[in-house]
Design a protein around this ligand. Structure first.
Ligand code: SF4
Length: 128
């Protein structure tokens, strides 16, 4: 097992979270995490929406990229998963219909993400 040295955030990023929210993502509650996610996009975050993983292998590769990330690496999680704050594509896919979405908790239960999500949001790990 390789010790991943890339699972922490920079001191600068940590301080920015603390200044704005009083906590980092790892210690944030549901509401604060929602705000942190929206804040990333308000600050211009562009995520890797494409390519959509068409096969189990491609899907698994994305999970492999996400798995080593720490809870504080929120931006990286959003980026790799191709997260959006709106439905996506012709079919207007969204979290609400995804098999990983816990409607009542407003939560993405995919272990590699494990983040709050609004029903109309989406990411490229969407599955039914
Ligand atoms: S996997 Fe993606 S689309 Fe599905 S609930 Fe999680 S964030 Fe939403």
């Amino acid at each position: 097992m390789s010790e991943n040295t890339n699972t922490s955030i920079s001191d600068e990023e940590r301080q920015a979270y603390l200044d704005k929210f009083g906590v980092t993502p790892a210690d944030a509650n549901h509401d604060i995490l929602m705000q942190m996610i929206e804040d990333q996009f308000a600050n211009g975050l562009k995520t890797q929406v494409e390519p959509f993983p068409e096969t189990d292998r491609e899907f698994g590769k994305l999970l492999d990229e996400l798995r080593p990330l720490s809870a504080d690496q929120l931006r990286e999680k959003l980026d790799i998963s191709g997260w959006l704050l709106e439905p996506y594509g012709e079919d207007q896919m969204r979290c609400q219909e995804c098999m990983y979405y816990l409607v009542h908790k407003r939560w993405c239960d995919l272990p590699e993400l494990d983040l709050p999500a609004k029903p109309e949001w989406w990411c490229r790990l969407w599955r039914i």
